[in-house]
Structures are given as structure tokens and as C-alpha cells.
Design a protein around this ligand. Structure first.
Ligand code: NAD
Ligand code: ADE
Length: 418
């Protein structure tokens, strides 16, 4: 079988990780069991470009159980878990093209190889696969039925493609499901971004001045968790409503230049570029830590950081020191890439259970609806979203009430008042 992974000898270790994750992914496991019986993806080739983690391995197992002929490449050069990649190849017979720390050429080479699979369906996290398909491999477009997209940045890119009339097939925006972004982006990144910072640096959050860039779903989660650990959190935003929300959630809000001079740890989560740029680095204190949780490694202006530094060295795994000519040092984590996946293991499995249940059910919905779907971005239908929440609650042993018939009539009526 064709594959490109670090070391197949890591497969047993990876398999134990996949099994551990699976125990915390009961919703996906239930879907896998049904798919194995119903085989909804028989005859479908899938090319997936996702973070190669234990949780993704369980999604891939689910697709294959449903009949898909699937291959996987990584959606980030630094997020691959090499042992998991090896296990997918050696134990699960799924071709994987991903090596942690791969360079840019290898990263895009792996996307190209995943496209050589001639997919009927794409699965993306950030839209790099779909972009490569539309720019370099257009001969494959005719066979494509549709795709799915996992994250906010990917959805933004795909909407831009659709608005420009360039998107050639329908894409299901998994990120739009409430059971995805409310939990994955907020609680998942809230915990795992801090996990990445701790694994890389082992610093104490209590009493630290933490600056969070962006108060969207990811930023809210990070701010809440940093606050819970005793940090003094400052938020930087460009959207006045979200900035106001941060104020009323109890955080200090200021512009990036003011925040640059008071922060000790900067965590960016905007999906935008150069949020902290060249002039901010000059204002920062000695010893500041820069960590990015947004999709791409452009939230800190890295070229400027490199240019301003008089020397650069790695001081710990995932921690690079940039020495400035005035003696200050700035520490960049995970090369400015997603800190939760570059320096830690990404979101906990329990939260990925919901994200990937939406991936699996979203794909099944795409299969059922494909004849009527226009080539644009489609949200996850509400009934799928609610079903994922219902299954998740059930897996947690939590029972909730249903409205009585009387309450249902009342909640839909307008006649009765005080
Ligand atoms: P979001 O749209 O909910 O929030 C982004 C926020 O950033 C918005 O409030 C926006 O106003 C703000 N913003 C934009 N430009 C800014 C700037 N220059 N300065 C300050 N604030 C700015 O998006 P989200 O769902 O929170 O996702 C944010 C990023 O995180 C995206 O790139 C997304 O793909 C990524 N993401 C990463 C993970 C992960 O595992 N690390 C998980 C989910 C999402
Ligand atoms: N994105 C964030 N965390 C992840 C994980 N554990 N697996 C796959 N994608 C992720």
C-alpha cells in the first residue's frame, strides 16, 4: 500500500492511542456500528486532509466501516501524530501521507498524493485540499460529488470561492453545527491551547498577564480557561460587539499596541494575519511567550520577528527563542502554528466525538441530498446537530425533559397573556 509516514514501527503505540481515544468517542462509535451494517459509502473514494490524530483515526475507521475507500493526508505540517499515522497504515489498512515536521513542499506533495486517489468526496480542515484541487488538479473536478469542511478558516475560504463563482461542488460546513463550534472551538481549544503552552514551557498561568487575540468561539474559550487558572486576561478585538461582550465577561479590552506592552503570554485566535506585527514586538517585555491557536501560522508577523532578532535558538521542544538587539527575548511556540496540535495532542477526544459525528453524518446527508445541492457552502441540518447533542447526552447518562403537549401548544401560541 502507498503511504508516507515517519516509522511503521510506531504502529502499536499508535494503536493504543487510537483505542484510548475511541473509549471517549461513543457517539462516533455508534455511527460506525450503523455504517458497518448499512455501508452508505460503498463505491466512494474519499481524500481527507485533516489533522492526523487519534481522533481523526477513529473518524477514518468510521468512513471505511461505511464502505469508503479513504486516504488521509495532514492539514498542517506540525500536527501529525506519527504513531497514529503508522497505525492507520499498518493496522487499519488506510493509506496516510503525513509526517510531523514535514516541510512545505512535502506538505503540498502529500496533498497531491491524496488527490491522486481521484476522490468522489473531499474532507478538509482549512480548505488546502479543495484549493489545490481547484487550482492544480481541475481534471479531477468532474468526479467530485461534494466535500466537508471542519474549521472556521476553511469555511471562510470556501465562502469566498463560492462568492467568486469558483467553487465547483457543494461543501458541508461542519464548523457551522452548534455541536461543533460551541464545544470544539470553545471548550476544545480553550483547554488544548493552554495544554500546548504548558507542555512547551511549563510556565505558571496564575498571576500572568495573558493577552488573547480575538474573542470569537476559540478566543472566548481560551480567555475563560486562562481566567480560571488565575491569569489576568486582556482581550484584543476588532468587532465592537465581541469587544463589548469581552468587557462584560469581565476582561480588560484594549488595542493591540497597548496590550503588547502589558502582556506576558500572547495567544492569538482570530483567523486573521499579522494581529501582532513588527511594531508590536518592539513594545513587548523581555521573556514574553507567543502562541497561536488560529488556523494558519500568520497571526504573528513571523518574517518581521525573524528580521528583528539578532539570534534564534530552540530552548525547549516547541519553544524557540528570538533574542532582540536590546537584550529582550521573545519565545515563539510551535513555530507559530496551532499550538494545541503542534505542542500538544489537540482537543480531547470527548469533544472531537461531536465534531467528527457531524463529519460522518454530514457526509451521509451529502450522499442523500447530492442531486439537489448547489455548488456552495451548506450548513449542517438542524436535525443532525440536535441528534448529535441527544446522542452525546445519552452517552453521558444525562436525561433531559421533553415539553409536555400542553407546553408545546403554549410555546407556539400567541393568544394567552398575563
Ligand atoms: P470566530 O470568527 O468566531 O472568531 C474570530 C474573532 O477574531 C472574531 O471575533 C473577529 O472579530 C476577531 N478578529 C479578526 N481579526 C482580528 C484582529 N486583527 N484583531 C483582533 N481580533 C480579530 O472564529 P473562531 O471559530 O473563534 O476561529 C478562530 C480561528 O481558530 C480560525 O482560524 C479557526 O479556523 C481556528 N480554529 C482553531 C482550532 C484549533 O484546534 N486550534 C479549533 C477551531 C478553530
Ligand atoms: N482539531 C483540534 N483538535 C483535534 C484533534 N484532536 N483531532 C483532529 N483535529 C483536531
Amino acid at each position: 500500500m502507498r503511504s508516507d509516514v515517519r516509522d511503521l514501527g510506531l504502529a502499536d503505540e499508535g494503536d493504543r492511542k487510537i483505542e484510548w481515544a475511541d473509549r471517549q468517542m461513543p457517539v462516533l462509535a455508534g455511527i460506525r456500528e450503523r455504517f458497518a451494517a448499512e455501508r452508505p459509502f460503498d463505491g466512494w473514494r474519499i481524500s481527507a486532509c485533516l489533522h492526523v490524530t487519534a481522533e481523526t483515526a477513529n473518524l477514518m475507521r468510521t468512513l471505511v466501516a461505511g464502505g469508503a475507500d479513504a486516504v488521509l493526508c495532514s492539514s498542517n505540517p506540525l500536527s501529525t501524530q506519527d504513531d497514529v499515522a503508522a497505525s492507520l497504515v499498518a493496522h487499519h489498512g488506510i493509506p496516510v501521507y503525513a509526517i510531523k515536521g514535514e516541510d512545505r513542499d512535502t506538505y503540498y506533495g502529500h496533498i497531491g498524493t491524496a488527490l491522486d486517489h481521484r476522490p468522489h468526496v473531499t474532507m478538509d480542515d482549512g480548505a488546502d485540499l479543495v484549493t489545490a484541487l481547484h487550482t492544480q488538479r481541475r481534471e479531477l473536478l468532474d468526479a467530485i460529488v461534494g466535500g466537508t469542511e471542519e474549521t472556521t478558516t476553511g469555511v471562510i475560504r470556501l465562502r469566498a470561492m463560492a462568492a467568486a463563482g469558483k467553487l465547483a461542488f457543494p461543501v458541508v460546513a461542519v464548523n457551522e453545527a452548534l455541536t461543533k463550534h460551541l464545544f470544539d472551538n470553545r471548550y476544545g481549544t480553550g483547554q488544548s491551547a493552554i495544554d500546548g503552552i504548558l507542555r512547551a514551557t511549563n510556565v505558571l498561568f496564575a498571576g500572568k498577564s495573558v493577552v488573547v487575540g480575538g474573542y470569537g468561539w476559540v478566543g472566548r474559550g481560551i480567555a475563560a480557561r486562562a481566567d480560571g487558572m488565575g491569569a489576568n486576561v486582556t482581550v484584543v478585538e476588532v468587532d465592537p460587539i465581541r469587544a463589548l461582550e469581552a468587557v462584560m465577561d469581565g476582561f480588560r479590552v484594549m488595542n493591540a499596541s497597548s496590550a503588547a506592552s502589558i502582556g506576558e503570554i500572547f495567544i492569538s485566535a482570530t483567523g486573521n494575519l499579522n494581529v501582532f506585527g513588527g511594531h508590536h514586538f518592539g513594545l513587548m517585555r523581555d521573556g514574553v511567550i507567543l502562541a497561536n491557536a488560529g488556523h494558519f501560522n500568520d497571526e504573528f508577523e513571523l518574517a518581521s520577528l525573524e528580521a528583528q532578532a539578532v539570534s534564534v535558538r530552540d530552548v525547549r521542544p516547541s519553544t524557540r527563542e528570538y533574542a532582540m538587539d536590546d537584550g529582550r527575548r521573545i519565545y515563539l511556540l510551535a513555530e507559530g502554528r496551532l499550538v494545541n496540535l503542534g505542542a500538544a495532542e489537540g482537543h480531547p477526544s470527548l469533544v472531537m466525538d461531536m465534531s467528527f459525528a457531524n463529519q460522518a453524518l454530514g457526509l451521509e446527508w451529502l450522499r442523500d441530498q447530492r442531486a439537489s445541492l448547489e455548488p456552495r457552502v451548506h450548513g449542517i441540518p438542524d436535525d443532525i446537530d440536535r441528534e448529535v447533542a441527544r446522542l452525546k447526552l445519552a452517552s453521558m447518562g444525562i436525561d433531559i425533559d421533553a415539553m409536555t403537549p400542553e407546553q408545546k401548544v403554549y410555546s407556539e401560541s400567541w393568544e394567552s397573556g398575563t
